[in-house]
Design a protein around this ligand. Structure first.
Ligand SMILES: Cc1cc2nc3c(=O)[nH]c(=O)nc-3n(C[C@H](O)[C@H](O)[C@H](O)COP(=O)(O)OP(=O)(O)OC[C@H]3O[C@@H](n4cnc5c(N)ncnc54)[C@H](O)[C@@H]3O)c2cc1C
Length: 257
């Protein structure tokens, strides 16, 4: 998916996600009897943390890492999942989406500031249903108008603040923080989100569900692919169901909470 898809002078962004960080595991060597077939840091760390609870490092039943973690999930011992974190960079999403995303309280966020960053050339995100119903042109017009109003308001404020606020950076910040009031929910934004595996699993459960809003559901599916690479032992418990139009939803066989 390309990041930008221009229609006239208005650019509509497409969602992009990228893994930018994840927890690594170091075996302290305190339990030399422990042997694991875990692949990857997340799976190793989760098994280590789980086994520490019962000092069960000997593994007499010769359980594989996958079996061990399945048992942890079956017992709803979900706090073990909180030891490994994943940071994901996201762009090409709307501010309506991020307003929903930031409701998830166990994540940490760093998002583009509309107080500091000039939104004069802001891109927008076309709602999926608008595109599906061919109403793109109506939204292009609204986007163009919003950008024009933003530019005019920011310039007018900047001029009026010229005497009262000699510091140029501060003046621009004050003008932009007020002028953003005319930007629509579809304005594109970017952010980094960090969360532990439990927080990501509950996010996927809620936002990958059929009743979730289509843009955030599309994002949940993209994020699921990243998480599946980092910790398939956990995230293969979600599978993607697709309807006839190819729209996906996430279904889990574990009731993550
Ligand atoms: C389809 C859908 C429609 C929605 N519609 C609306 C809407 O119309 N209006 C609206 O305002 N919001 C709406 N939301 C947002 C929703 O109410 C939640 O704010 C959002 O899904 C975050 O999930 P969460 O609150 O369960 O917990 P998170 O913040 O993701 O935390 C995960 C879990 O931690 C626990 N937890 C976190 N904080 C607390 C706490 N303070 N006290 C006790 N337990 C806690 C809970 O078990 C919670 O489920 C909607 C969400 C969805 C998925």
């Amino acid at each position: 998916m390309s990041h930008d898809s221009p229609i006239g002078d208005v650019v509509f962004a497409e969602p992009e996600v990228a893994l930018v960080g994840f927890t690594s595991f170091r075996n302290p060597g305190w339990f030399p009897e422990w042997q694991t077939d875990a692949v990857g840091d997340a799976a190793s760390l989760l098994e280590f943390a789980g086994r520490l609870c019962y000092l069960s490092f000997a593994n007499p039943l010769h359980r594989s890492n996958r079996q061990y973690l399945d048992n942890i999930l079956a017992r709803q011992h979900f706090s073990v999942m909180e030891h490994a974190s994943v940071s994901i960079a996201i762009r090409g999403v709307s501010r309506s989406l991020t307003h929903e995303l930031v409701r998830h309280r166990h994540f940490s966020y760093s998002q583009v500031s509309q107080r500091f960053v000039n939104e004069e050339d802001a891109a927008f995100v076309l709602p999926i249903e608008v595109r599906e119903h061919g109403l793109d042109a109506d939204v292009v017009e609204a986007a163009r108008e919003a950008r024009r109003a933003y530019l005019e308001l920011a310039s007018a404020l900047s001029r009026r603040l010229a005497e009262a606020e000699p510091d140029r950076t501060e003046r621009r910040k004050r003008a932009r923080q007020a002028a953003r009031c005319v930007l629509p929910n579809m304005t594109e934004t970017a952010l980094v989100v960090t969360g532990n595996l439990r927080a990501w699993a509950t996010f996927l459960k809620k936002r990958g569900a059929p009743e979730a809003e289509p843009e955030i559901r599309r994002l949940a599916l993209l994020i699921h692919e990243i998480l599946n690479d980092i910790a398939p032992e956990i995230f293969e418990h979600f599978h993607v169901d697709r309807d006839e139009a190819g729209r996906g939803t996430l279904v889990a066989d574990v009731d993550f909470e």
